[in-house]
Write a protein that binds this ligand. Structure first.
Ligand SMILES: Nc1ncnc2c1ncn2[C@@H]1O[C@H](COP(=O)(O)OP(=O)(O)OP(=O)(O)O)[C@@H](O)[C@H]1O
Ligand SMILES: [Mg+2]
Length: 508
């Protein structure tokens, strides 16, 4: 088989960080080649070099056997490379078809007006080739994350690229959508395309990859046939040690009820929810996208207003109409959407950590921040969470995805915390860091914090929760104790199929 991509001794340094050092990798034509590695290992940087976003300091790239210099995005497109980045890159105010053909809109020669009909037909033809169904005229803004992902894929195909890179494409997809992506990848492969696939979900690597390359701390570790490996092997190659007891958590003994949700409604998202969480307890919340679980978190944190019902903290009815009031009540919220609401990308790691507790960091009688305290805070969290960054003043936007997530979590923990609400806490987080975060969760529960963890990762819910509450169409359909939790049962409650044959959805 010929080589689609050969990466020869590529090195890339950012101020203070050697992101890649002498990396070697070769991808065969027509294979699905996975890249794995811990957060910050250099995966995205390597792909951005292929995409012309960064120039390497040193090294060479060969595409289909020919040495190339990729100076910018158009060079990369010329080489037949298309990249779907971790952070999607679409124009929300344009339609699907306009996004897909953004660089080559069919226009009338004389007037420059876009030929709508042709644009529509071209987009449809492209969709048919890979069985994607979307309305070419929908605004991208109105699409779900997974649909946006599909648009990115169509965009990649519109250039008829021979090499398609997907950087964590499934991070925001549900199970059903992941299988859809798999079948698209199969179709692409059958058409002779070469796929480079980055994911933290090792199961996916085994599902679809032919070979896998492991990076660690910016260096090449190995390229192997997937058939010759077990998941443990990959983890060991990634972190240089085996991650033991990955899924075990000590279950703490519970104290008093910390937060009680009493007939809470937020029309039209959810109705009449009642449950409570005790001190030391991790309550998992499962449910498909759109079941109301995210809105529930937002109401508890004061980002959305409830329409009915009460929230009691330590038995006292508490009004939370703004995140400020939530923080005062000891409610912390860690969002999944770190790009939009989780972090302050332009601020440093240190500033991000201290922002919620600025008052505590200030010296009495003075408005100046006690930098010594601030530094101690940073140091303890860096160690606690194994944060990796170049310097205290490094802007968070330049951290790797997983390290950004850790900053968000650390920030919440640095504040006063009685109730911790987590939304997809380990999305995009590598296995090693995931184990660290689970450890952390266990410790927090032991300290008496009440944790509400909303997650789509069923193994995570089952292993980390003391109870799992399942939502479907804005209602609670099940509350499972530890001995009742299994993936199938949760899915039945989450899809409303626990009512038996004949249930067609609709209001309960
Ligand atoms: N533009 C930049 N400026 C400074 N440092 C950067 C920049 N981009 C990446 N880095 C650093 O380079 C290293 C590699 O980052 P990269 O994003 O490639 O990791 P990754 O393997 O994709 O991680 P993740 O799984 O978390 O997405 C990290 O230490 C990161 O902080
Ligand atoms: Mg990355």
């Amino acid at each position: 088989m010929t080589k689609a991509v050969e990466i020869v001794k590529i090195t890339k340094t950012f101020p203070g960080v050697k992101a890649l050092s002498n990396v070697e990798m070769s991808v065969k034509t027509g294979e699905v080649h996975a890249i794995v590695g811990e957060n910050g290992a250099g995966k995205s940087t390597l792909m951005k070099i292929l995409g012309g976003v960064y120039r390497p300091d040193d090294g060479q790239i060969l595409i289909h056997g020919k040495a190339v210099v990729i100076k910018d995005v158009s060079d990369s497109v010329e080489c037949g490379i298309s990249i779907i980045y971790q952070e999607l890159n679409l124009m929300p105010e344009l339609t699907v078809s306009e996004n897909v053909f953004i660089t080559e809109l069919p226009k009338m020669k004389a007037t420059g007006i876009v030929r709508r009909g042709e644009l529509y037909r071209k987009t449809r033809a492209l969709m048919e080739r890979v069985n994607i169904e979307l309305n070419p005229d929908s605004l991208v803004n109105d699409l779900s994350v997974s649909e946006k992902q599909m648009v990115e894929i169509l965009k990649a195909l519109s250039h008829d690229s021979s090499i398609i890179v997907m950087d964590e494409p499934t991070a925001a997809l549900s199970n059903v959508e992941v299988s859809k992506l798999y079948s698209i990848i199969e179709t692409l492969k059958a058409r002779g395309k070469t796929i480079i696939y980055i994911s933290h979900r090792l199961k996916e690597i085994f599902d679809i990859a032919d070979r896998v390359t492991v990076l660690r701390d910016g260096s090449f570790v190995a390229t192997k046939d997937i058939k010759s490996l077990t998941q443990d092997d990959i983890v060991r190659l990634m972190v240089g040690r085996s991650v033991e007891n990955f899924y075990n958590r000590d279950h703490a003994t519970f104290g008093d009820t910390v937060i009680e949700i009493d007939h809470l409604s937020c029309a039209p998202y959810f109705q009449n929810l009642s449950f409570s969480v005790r001190s030391g307890e991790v309550l998992g919340i499962a449910g498909l996208m759109g079941c109301g679980r995210e809105e529930l978190a937002k109401v508890l944190y004061g980002l959305l207003n409830r329409t009915k019902g009460r929230v009691l903290i330590n038995g006292i009815p508490t009004e939370v109409r703004h995140p400020r009031e939530a923080l005062r009540a000891g409610i912390q919220f860690v969002t999944e959407d770190r790009k939009d609401s989780g972090i302050f990308p332009l601020m440093s790691v240190k500033e991000n950590l201290s922002i919620n507790i600025i008052k505590k960091l200030c010296n009495i009688f003075s408005l100046l921040i006690n930098t010594e305290k601030e530094n101690r805070l940073l140091e303890s969290y860096t160690k606690f969470m194994n944060l990796k960054y170049a310097s205290d003043s490094q802007r968070v936007m330049f951290l790797s995805g997983g390290n950004q997530q850790k900053v968000v979590l650390a920030r919440a923990l640095a504040g006063e915390c009685r109730v911790l609400i987590l939304l997809e806490p380990t999305r995009g987080i590598d296995v090693g860091a995931k184990a660290e975060i689970y450890d952390l969760l266990g410790n927090l529960a032991k300290k008496g914090i009440a944790v509400i963890m909303i997650s789509s990762d069923l193994p995570e819910l089952i292993t980390q929760s003391d109870r799992v509450l399942v939502m479907f169409q804005g209602q609670i359909t099940g509350l499972l104790e530890r001995n009742e939790m299994d993936e199938e049962r949760i899915m039945q409650y989450a899809t409303g199929t626990h009512f038996g044959e004949g249930f067609t959805g609709g209001a309960l």
